[in-house]
Design a protein around this ligand. Sequence first.
Ligand SMILES: Nc1nc2c(ncn2[C@@H]2O[C@H](COP(=O)(O)OP(=O)(O)OP(=O)(O)O)[C@@H](O)[C@H]2O)c(=O)[nH]1
Ligand SMILES: [Mg+2]
Length: 429
Amino acid sequence: MFEEIRNSDIVQERAILVGVYGPETPRIQAEEYLDELELLTYTAGGKTIDKVLQNRMHPDPSSYVGSGKLRQLKSMKGEKNIDTFIFDDDLSPTQIRNIEKETQAKVLDRSGLILDIFASRAKTAAAKTQVELAQLQYLLPRLTRFWTHLSRQQGGIGTRGPGESQIEMDRRMIDKRIATLKDKLDKIDQQRQTQRKGRSEKVRISLVGYTNAGKSTLMNGLTDTEVLAENRLFATLDSTVRQYEIGNHEVLLSDTVGFIRKLPHDLIASFKSTLDEVRECDILLHVVDASSRVVQDYIDVVDDTLEDMGVNDKKSLLVFNKMDIIDSHRINELKRAYPDAVFISAERGIGLDKLENRIKELIEEDFVTKTMTIPAAKYEGVAFLHREANILEKKYEGSDIKLTFSIDKADLMRLNAILDNIDTAESVM
Ligand SMILES: Nc1nc2c(ncn2[C@@H]2O[C@H](COP(=O)(O)OP(=O)(O)OP(=O)(O)O)[C@@H](O)[C@H]2O)c(=O)[nH]1
Ligand SMILES: [Mg+2]
């Protein structure tokens, strides 16, 4: 009995997905987008019953699709017992209101859906605060609709929404909450900056990429840890950092939130603290799901998002993942198109050695090998080298120590400052 009630509670919301195609978005691309929207809907706990695409020059400003299509949606709602229409683009408050009025169903747009997923998946305090901030910023311009919606539920059809003054009051309340959340995020930000300072000597590598590309699986494969990886979008919402070694280099590898086409702008802004890990790293590993039909689209979305975040001059390596599920013909095609990329299967552990070698090469690009004879009195310099450099050879010559080491160029400058330019220094490379 109890079980039955539980089951009826978790009946999935039944949704129809709606998109448009036309001169700017060819049909095949629009179909791919709706497939992605279906995965988003599934991630949010909904079930896609049908997908509807309309050929239009532009989305209709008052109702996104044309009025004929809107009537069709309405009749589909009755026939297929639909709860919700989910639109692939962001809708204006007016569009949402008009579509809801005509179809008498719940209407969601892409940003609303993504925010909902983020809200349900946020686990850490930081992620929760960041999502709430983005949600309120999304809600603010839509407040009128929100209220008419509420009052309809409370007072039945025909009840008028609350007066302007009540909306105004609510707006002020939300503004206040937004300010509080921003304060809270500033504090989290400061804490994280302090944490990051403490580990500045290590090479920092960030995994970035489209959601579901396999970033967390790769993190697990490289570092032998267990971060959550699953076939839903946005499995990871906060960043996780793991220390690990490549060659002789100590590396901090971070896994973070994935990107998606049309990620709501408020969301990127409020995830600043999480994404600082990416902003401040030395090397980006851009993970791509090679089994996708639209690989370059995914790469572009990630590159554009990085640019929006102000990240554009980092060393980066393209990593094509999921090689185990694509055929050799396609692999060759990709290898020709992306000659500098590394091809792996994070899940099967294929190609990880090669990937590590490439990472090592990238790290060492910035390294120089030096031999120096350091007088024992300059022990601070010796200590610095033990901390920051790879010591390749060490010989005692009387009270002096002769060291051969490889070191990051920036650290070499710091070393020179410490040693006050010892004149016995000689370069090997
Ligand atoms: N076939 C195959 N599947 C893989 C591979 N790597 C990851 N996957 C699957 O892809 C899905 C997503 O993997 P995740 O590691 O969670 O992806 P992510 O990039 O961290 O995703 P988000 O955190 O959601 O942005 C999971 O179902 C993995 O099992 C691979 O090499 N081959
Ligand atoms: Mg992940």
